[in-house]
Write a protein that binds this ligand. Structure first.
Ligand code: COA
Length: 167
């Protein structure tokens, strides 16, 4: 059986810190691990306890097909105006739309459902970093808590990972 490193090691794990009583299970980790804090994301940087997570993968060809068949209806149903303006400004909008579709699904997983897609908006900082703005029922369900989001996409697939944290 592998021996666990001593709690007094220079890089103790969060389990070791809990065992020696330096932190509790609810201690936010990012201030303890500044090198790992997600500083690039608006609203992030530590402090909030994680309440829920959500992840989603979206098939880009499916989005491309829907865009080809009924572009206006599809975009209007899924995207807010600012999201549509950004995606349609890209040479190939489909992966960007798929990433936002995934983001909305991931956020809905965090919030527990019962939310309209357009109540979840992916905003974009100058750096390109995404953030989430909520309205309506989605904002009510979040109850002042924040959602952190990260997106990635390839020509065939898009992925979003969302984290609901105490504000
Ligand atoms: C920000 C960065 C990591 C994005 O990587 P990428 O592979 O181009 O992006 P992906 O295809 O995985 O994902 C694209 C999404 O990333 C997100 N993104 C873009 N810039 C971002 C940033 N600064 N921070 C966080 N997320 C960002 C966006 O949501 C984007 O999707 P969108 O255009 O539809 O809004 C990359 O552009 C970068 O700056 N890399 C640093 C490279 C570097 O410094 N190398 C030096 C080592 S030698």
């Amino acid at each position: 059986m592998p021996s666990s490193p001593s709690p007094s090691s220079p890089n103790p794990s969060s389990r070791e810190l809990r065992e020696e009583g330096s932190i509790s299970a609810r201690t936010p980790l990012s201030p303890l691990l500044p090198g790992l804090a997600p500083r690039g994301y608006p609203g992030a940087g530590g402090g909030g306890c994680v309440v829920a997570v959500g992840v989603d993968l979206t098939d880009v060809p499916r989005i491309r097909k829907a865009l080809g068949e009924f572009p206006e209806r599809f975009i209007k149903r899924i995207l807010t105006e600012s999201e549509a303006a950004y995606c349609l400004s890209r040479p190939d909008p489909a992966p960007h739309i798929a990433a936002r579709f995934a983001a909305k699904e991931a956020v809905i997983k965090c919030l527990g459902g019962g939310v309209a897609f357009k109540e979840i908006c992916v905003e974009r900082a100058m750096s390109g970093a995404p953030s989430i703005a909520l309205t309506g029922k989605a904002a009510e369900l979040a109850a002042g808590r924040k959602i952190l989001i990260s997106l990635t996409h390839l020509p065939e697939i898009a992925c979003a990972f969302a984290v609901l944290v105490e504000g």
